[in-house]
Ligand binder design. Structure first.
Ligand code: SF4
Length: 244
């Protein structure tokens, strides 16, 4: 796997939370399109989509992060992995291994982590002797239809594997999250949000967000009503879960 070095790793994102991205590029190659790919392309960090899909590991990530955490006067309560790449990239064990070492390092400073992936969460994350902080592990999931995945998230993990790995962590007592975003309108795919919710009903948190990366969803007549209805479905589902 290609390697690069960086001058810094830890930063506060525009969304207000602290974050690290210890890989450049992402083999999942999402075609919504991926916001991180658009940024990398506009800043000329990569020459092509094909290059974006050939990830490069930040070889000095551990060394950098340790220095940065040691230097901080006030450390954050939590650090997110990742905003511009995937921490458990499907078919890249070197990425997963480095991610686990970085979470271990962050936890050793008494800081918790949140993770978000379209890959496979490794079961090692449930090892509380190695990861003692209250970490939250999440998957990004917008469909259960493999044809949709092949079209829009061609390099990402199959949905059943993605959900199965998260479910295993849940069963071991980890806090889990499902991020349903960018949720497609029916002109992209006709599907049932209810079925998707039932497949991940075990998760501690479920979030829903619209398809905002391009105008495809806005081409659907009544797309605002559609998203209001989907939000209502999610709210009813969460309310019913609380009372059951
Ligand atoms: S998984 Fe995330 S970072 Fe990777 S290509 Fe898809 S949207 Fe981009």
């Amino acid at each position: 796997m290609k390697q690069i070095t960086r001058k810094s790793l830890l930063y506060k994102s525009g969304l207000g939370f602290w974050c690290i991205n210890h890989v450049q590029g992402c083999s999942h190659g999402c075609r919504y399109p991926c916001y991180a790919w658009m940024m990398a392309d506009s800043r000329r960090r990569v020459d092509s989509y094909e290059e974006w899909c050939r990830p490069a590991l930040v070889s000095n990530a551990e060394e950098l992060l340790e220095k940065e955490l040691n230097r901080m006067r006030t450390r954050p309560d939590s650090i997110h992995l990742c905003l511009t790449t995937d921490p458990f990239m499907y078919g890249f064990p070197d990425v997963t291994a480095l991610t686990l070492r970085l979470i271990e390092l962050i936890n050793s400073f008494g800081i918790s982590c949140s993770t978000l992936t379209k890959g496979i969460m490794p079961v090692e994350l449930a090892d509380t002797s190695r990861f003692p902080e209250a970490n939250t592990h999440g998957i990004s999931l917008v469909s259960l239809d493999e044809d949709f995945r092949n079209r829009w998230e061609p390099g990402a993990a199959h949905y059943s594997e993605r959900i199965g790995a998260l479910r295993e962590l849940h069963d071991y007592g980890c806090r889990t999250l499902v991020h349903i975003e960018p949720y497609p309108t029916p002109n992209i795919i006709t599907q049932s949000l209810q079925k998707l919710l039932e497949a991940v009903a075990f998760a501690d948190e479920i979030w829903l967000g619209g398809w905002n990366y391009n105008d495809l969803s806005k081409n659907y007549p009544g797309y605002k009503n559609f998203y209001e209805e989907q939000s209502a479905i999610l709210n009813r589902f969460l309310a019913a879960r609380q009372t059951s």
